[in-house]
Design a protein around this ligand. Structure first.
Ligand SMILES: C[S@@+](CC[C@H](N)C(=O)[O-])C[C@H]1O[C@@H](n2cnc3c(N)ncnc32)[C@H](O)[C@@H]1O
Length: 373
């Protein structure tokens, strides 16, 4: 991939950056509390800044490291970037230079796979967030995630999963596995074994070529079966202008807090993409959330509040909840609704249930408890 790709800002890249930036800020706020270093590892960093001046992921993270939302988190976030293409790496070095001088950023030239052992030893058992954002599928293999997640210390991973590319590999393999041409048969076999690193047998074994959702579900199942990552969310990134599907962003973590807050950020972005229509929200300053169509937003809100209230009516019995900490209750709701519900909506649903005397909500923070009667 040439550096030319990085010239134009892509509307969907702003959707990705919005989720990443907002989540990282919260991640730093929550997990930087102890005062120990927290690492951000950008395995496929890109140039840092696009030619139009908009920020890429390494700059979003670097700025957070220097100017976190809470002043007390200053000096906590350490950023490590990896970029393989020399020209792009040089641009990355130039874009992040002030942060390198401040010792907030380190840039590695090479492939993420090559640099991973060095990175793992540099971060030790400190909390770390990995962003795996390649063009294509190289770097997102199940075994790579297993290597990352097997480290000591809290680990979260955000992955770009290019389902279209996986489908293409599989479709080529399916169409050519019985070819008369030996070369084609060999390539088909190689593609099939490549797919084994990108989804599970159940998904790949579906007759013909599976749907994106089946592939991504297979990927998540396979990652979870080999790595200690309990929670995951898959969000389809679309172009806010055309609504065309690009790829999935998949988040893996081991703690309910990461799961519930990531779901909320994905939900907020999704409402913006939906509610704004052909508007240019994502061309405006990044990380802003504006829902232009208030009416549609209000309708959707009512619908979701009702859906959550209705579901909770039986969910608490199915789950055996009596007095439960909110972070576990919220995670249970996210298990059901994923990124289609906003945190403010399920909190409203819970408040309504409290008014009806069905529950006692001791507060709405993650640490508070709720009792079902
Ligand atoms: C999608 S771009 C990254 C965009 C960036 N994460 C952002 O959000 O601003 C992927 C980058 O990974 C680089 N790359 C490709 N293969 C790589 C590898 N094996 N290891 C590290 N970087 C690689 C490409 O040169 C490209 O700049």
């Amino acid at each position: 991939m040439t550096a030319d790709f990085h010239k134009a800002p892509k509307a969907w890249a702003q959707v990705k950056h919005s989720i990443l930036g907002n989540y990282l800020s919260l991640f730093l706020g929550k997990l930087g509390l102890s005062g120990r270093p927290v690492y951000y590892v950008d395995g496929f960093a890109g140039p840092g800044r696009l030619e139009d001046g908009s920020k890429g992921s390494p700059l979003i993270a670097a700025e957070l490291a220097v100017s976190p939302k809470q002043k007390s988190r200053q000096g906590i976030l350490q950023c490590i970037n990896v970029e393989d293409v020399l020209e792009t790496f040089q641009n990355l070095e130039a874009a992040t230079d002030p942060y390198v001088k401040l010792k907030r950023v380190r840039n590695f030239h090479g492939t993420f796979q090559q640099k991973l052992p060095e990175i793992l030893s540099a971060i030790g058992d400190n909390t770390a967030f990995f962003f795996i954002d390649p063009f294509g599928t190289e770097g997102v293999e199940v075994d790579t995630l297993q290597r990352i997640a097997s480290r000591r210390g809290k680990t979260e991973i955000l992955v770009r999963y290019d389902d279209t590319r996986v489908k293409r590999l599989l479709s080529w393999a399916v169409n050519n596995e019985d070819s008369f041409d030996e070369g084609h048969r060999k390539t088909a076999k190689a593609f099939k074994s490549r797919v084994e690193h990108l989804t599970d047998e159940k998904a790949a074994g579906i007759m013909g070529v599976p749907e994106s959702q089946a592939l991504i579900d297979g990927y998540v199942r396979k990652v979870k079966s080999v790595a200690p990552l309990r929670f995951s969310l898959s969000y389809p990134i679309r172009n806010p202008e055309t609504k065309g599907h690009r790829y999935f962003l998949v988040h893996f973590c081991n703690f309910p807090d990461g799961y519930i807050h990531m779901a909320n950020f994905m939900a907020r972005v999704d409402r913006s993409v939906e509610g704004v229509g052909g508007d240019d929200m994502f061309a405006k300053p990044q990380m802003e959330f504006m829902v232009v169509n208030e009416h549609i937003a209000g309708q959707k809100r009512k619908e979701m509040v009702k859906a959550v209230s209705d579901r909770l009516g039986s969910l608490w019995v199915e789950r055996g909840w009596s007095r439960i900490q909110n972070r576990d209750l919220f995670a249970g709701i996210v298990d059901e609704f994923g990124w289609s519900v906003l945190r403010s909506e399920y909190v409203e649903a819970l408040r309504n249930l409290q008014k009806e005397g069905l529950i006692t909500l001791e507060g709405t923070e993650d640490n508070n408890f709720t009792t079902f009667h």
